[in-house]
Design a binder for this molecule. Structure first.
Ligand code: PHE
Length: 343
């Protein structure tokens, strides 16, 4: 009978050892098959009980029963422990989620072509101490026209076909509205950059859209000159096209809110002797600029004998189209993925 006792001891130790080693569900299942299943060594040992004398049964019965009970209990404990560990591991994975390691089968996103150009312009102006200001797309007549020295029946209103919302409200036709809002509300001296959507009531084609972007700059200080304006425009264009040698050319231009007013052309960044982009002229029209008209300063309660300033308004849409060689303006707002994916 010592033999049987020894066997019980041995099986118990083997079982505990193997159970201890099991680290996965599969390994645990193997332990169950080996020791606890119908053909496993512990139930097999129980069969021997039947063949024992009543005395031995009395002695070994409890011993074997205890072995069975204890091993089943130990097995269940281990099973729970492994399940909990697996759960913790999964949770850890969730919290230590490495976004950079994520490999998606979805197409990668890309920036809208406006974004990198806007970032370049912001960098240039912020480095010169400008603040980025925002205005409203829905404006009133005062900020879009009147304060900008465009009186009610002035023919200059016809230069900008307007989407009127009601008698006083309209979709801004230019970003120059932001000049007024900033001069009204901010302390002098003032240096602001603004960009955003503008709206004109016109038919669309490859080079016209009824919504497009402008970028506007305004500097109000003492003794501001046209020289300051030229230098600023040059620095901006050189920043956008990343070229130090990019020149500008100015022509007289009429805008009621500046005096003198100029139209600004940029030397074609793509050629030296004429190409299809500059239509063989070597120059590309960029927008208007000039020294802020005293009437505009007056409308914003600024003393024009003490302060002066310059302003410019360029087609941001045009700049973006030029920079990336986009030949149809309508693509920019089309939401077409095959277009957007190129940037
Ligand atoms: N607001 C003018 C336009 O949209 C451009 C401009 C801005 C001209 C500032 C001069 C000064 O046509």
């Amino acid at each position: 009978m010592d033999d049987l006792k020894h066997q019980v001891e041995q099986i118990k130790n083997q079982f505990l050892h193997k159970l201890d080693l099991a680290q996965t569900e599969v390994e645990l299942e193997n332990v169950r098959i080996l020791f606890l299943s119908r053909e496993g060594s512990i139930p097999k040992l129980m069969h021997i009980l039947k063949e024992l004398s009543p005395d031995d049964k009395r002695h070994f019965g409890p011993l074997l029963n205890e072995l069975k009970k204890e091993s089943e209990q130990k097995f269940e404990e281990k099973k729970k422990k492994l399940a909990l560990e697996a759960l913790n591991k999964a949770e850890m994975k969730k919290t230590n989620f490495d976004v950079t390691a994520y490999e998606s089968k979805m197409p990668k996103g890309s920036l809208h072509p406006y974004t990198p150009v806007i970032e370049l312009i912001e960098d240039v102006f912020i480095s010169m101490g400008y603040k980025v200001a925002q205005g409203f797309e829905l404006e009133d007549e005062f900020h879009n026209f009147e304060a900008l020295n465009i009186a009610k029946n002035h023919p200059a209103r016809d230069m900008q076909d307007t989407f009127w919302i009601d008698v006083n409200r309209l979709m801004r036709t230019h970003t120059s509205t932001v000049q007024i809002r900033e001069m009204e509300s901010q302390k002098l001296p003032l240096a602001i950059l603004s960009y955003g959507r503008t709206f004109r009531n016109e038919a669309t084609d490859a080079s016209h859209d009824f919504v497009f972007m402008q970028v506007e700059g305004l500097l109000i200080d003492k003794n501001v000159s046209m020289g300051n304006l030229f230098a600023t425009l040059k620095i901006m264009l050189q920043g956008i096209f990343q070229r130090d040698d990019l020149d500008i050319r100015i022509r007289p231009g009429y805008f009621p809110f500046v005096e003198p007013g100029i139209e600004v052309d940029m030397a074609c960044p793509f050629c030296t002797s004429g190409c299809s982009v500059c239509k063989k002229t070597r120059w590309i029209e960029m927008g208007g600029a000039g020294l802020v008209h005293p009437n505009v300063l007056k409308a914003c309660n600024i003393d024009s004998t003490e302060y002066s300033g310059f302003a410019f308004g360029f087609g941001l849409t045009r700049l973006v189209m030029l920079k990336y060689g986009i030949n149809d303006i309508r693509l920019l707002n089309s939401g077409k993925l095959e277009f957007l994916e190129q940037f």
